[in-house]
Design a protein around this ligand. Structure first.
Ligand SMILES: NC(=O)C1=CN([C@@H]2O[C@H](COP(=O)(O)OP(=O)(O)OC[C@H]3O[C@@H](n4cnc5c(N)ncnc54)[C@H](OP(=O)(O)O)[C@@H]3O)[C@@H](O)[C@H]2O)[C@@H](O)CC1
Ligand SMILES: [K+]
Length: 497
């Protein structure tokens, strides 16, 4: 069974999706009934033997979901109590219908105290959170977090921005989050992912055509997004049809990073991989290389000579390379010769303050530039984008991709890939133990190896990030970077996902 692409939609786009569904004849309150039912079902499934449920209801439609869930749980025989933030008489529209259908006592949120054995439904704020949480809501959120009782969040843990995954003042820490129709960026971007607990995506009867009409080129990074673009071996494939990856080594004492990248590039399928080493580091590299070849590249003239061989079609520059003019010069020569370049680590830092020069080089015909910054490198290369904290990691990566004509792999436990056209994907499969020395070098090699095989840029970057996480999961918690390449899955395993 081949599963479909998984779109991720912003809260604003979700509002448009709701309106499309309602305009097509679906009754708005019906959506709220379905949303409340999904929350109630989750409570019964996971906490059915709790002593009771306390439903914390906000002043908007998120609160409405809470009243619906409370009614359904009460009808199922569970003891339910509703607490309102503000005067429930002021509720309007569907939320007012839900309050009336609840029809039982509504207590003030001021009077709520967490109670052992009971479950909390968090229906204070969802997609409509526009500003920092304040007042009694802060006190209650902090009390619930401190009490450590099960919390089921309606749509989003209250206080979490569905757009950016950031906390607005304070936020509840949920055990489970039930969202509706499609996940939001805040469910995957950190710290949001940690605050959501287990994420459930409930079908509330919104037709998929309404979701598809409003998706804005953002997906969860999963194999359906790129598996059809993976390199495929044909009976007549030979090593040169599988591409030739060149990985630049640093000096005598900085050679390991390049070898990690080179091994990953070979393991992911590049036909040939050559470590491009300064003469001073040849002995160190030669002592450790077998299948991977070695060639001396000291200066620009050596590199120009190598670039005359069109079979060298992809390069990794940066791991252990050193920061400075030489890295900039090499990157510009490679892009100028119309090759794929993965600019990583020192390669990225070398362009801090020279960002326009990089964009100019990336615009050269046939050049494909990948930039793979972690947070610190991103801030060095794109200080203005990074300092705009109101924009999500997705939006920041998109801006960086547009500005540099590059495919940006903005790394972290929530790696975001973005391309200049605005397509973007969020990765959620990286285990915490992937944060280890040499992990980034391996990712750069995977990407260089896929690019060498001619995989289109956006898909190659998404595949590299996902494979990197998958290999780490397979290797387990004692992972060191050397293990990653040996734990890559065969492509055939998920081509039929
Ligand atoms: N649309 C649909 O069809 C469906 C929608 N569904 C549900 O609706 C939810 C979205 O509902 P929503 O748009 O009413 O927003 P919601 O999250 O309830 O918050 C808005 C209220 O909170 C207030 N408020 C905001 N920030 C605040 C703060 N910091 N501190 C204090 N107050 C603050 C804000 O006040 P205002 O800013 O207007 O003064 C307003 O009163 C969505 O997440 C999902 O659960 C489902 O039923 C499925 C069908
Ligand atoms: K909520």
């Amino acid at each position: 069974m081949r599963t479909a692409l998984e779109p991720v939609v912003t809260p604003v786009a979700m509002g448009r999706i709701d309106r499309r569904a309602i305009d097509s004849g679906i009754v708005g309150y019906r959506l709220m009934l379905m949303a409340g039912a999904a929350i109630a079902a989750s409570v019964l499934r996971h906490y059915g033997d709790a002593a009771g449920v306390d439903v914390l209801c906000g002043p908007g439609n998120n609160g409405g979901d809470g009243y619906v869930a409370a009614k359904m749980l009460q009808t199922s025989g569970m003891c339910a109590a509703c607490y309102s933030l503000g005067d429930p008489v002021k509720l309007a529209g569907d939320a007012a219908c839900a309050r009336d259908d609840w029809g039982d006592e509504i207590l003030s949120l001021e009077d709520y105290v967490p109670t052992d054995g009971r479950v909390v439904i968090d229906a204070l704020f969802g997609a409509g959170l526009q500003r920092d949480v304040e007042g009694v809501a802060v006190r209650v959120i902090e009390a619930v977090n401190a009490f450590d009782i099960p919390v089921i969040a309606a749509d989003l843990p209250s206080g979490l921005s569905g757009e950016s995954g950031r906390v607005r003042g304070t936020a509840l820490r949920a055990s489970r989050t039930v969202t509706f129709a499609a996940p939001k960026p805040g469910h995957f971007l950190l710290p949001g992912r940690d605050l959501c607990g287990v994420l459930e995506i409930a079908d509330i009867g919104i037709p998929s055509r309404c979701i598809e009409a409003e998706t804005e080129g953002l997906w969860l990074n999963r194999p359906p997004l790129w598996r059809d673009a993976l390199p495929r071996l044909a009976a007549n494939s030979h090593k040169y049809t599988r591409g030739h990856l060149g990985v630049f080594s640093g000096g005598y004492r900085q050679t390991g990073a390049a070898r990690l990248a080179a091994i990953a590039g070979l393991r992911v399928g590049a036909g040939l991989v050559t470590v491009l080493s300064p003469a001073s580091a040849n002995a160190a590299n030669a002592a450790h290389l077998t299948t991977i070849m070695l060639r001396t590249i000291d200066g620009g003239a050596d590199l120009d000579g190598l670039l005359e061989d069109m079979r060298f079609n992809s390069f990794v520059l940066g791991p252990g390379f050193g920061v400075g003019e030489k890295a900039r010069d090499f990157a510009e020569r490679i892009l100028g010769a119309g090759r794929a370049l993965v600019l990583d680590a020192d390669g990225i830092t070398s362009f801090a303050g020279y960002h326009d020069q990089l964009a100019e080089a990336a615009a050269k015909q046939d050049a494909i530039l990948f930039i793979t910054p972690h947070q610190g490198e991103f801030a060095r290369l794109f200080p203005q984008i990074a300092s705009n904290a109101s924009r999500s990691k997705v939006e920041q990566a998109r801006s960086a991709a547009r500005e540099t004509e590059a495919i940006v792999v903005y790394k972290g436990a929530d790696t975001v890939v973005a391309d200049p056209s605005g397509r973007a994907a969020i990765c959620d499969n990286a285990p915490p133990w992937l944060a280890t020395a040499g992990s980034g070098d391996t990712l750069a090699g995977l990407l260089g190896g896929l690019a060498a095989q001619g995989m289109p840029g956006f898909e190659a970057a998404c595949a590299a990030a996902w494979l990197h996480g998958e290999a780490a999961n397979r290797a387990g918690a004692r992972l060191i970077a050397e293990d990653l390449a040996n734990n890559l899955p065969a492509f055939s395993e998920f081509q039929e996902y």
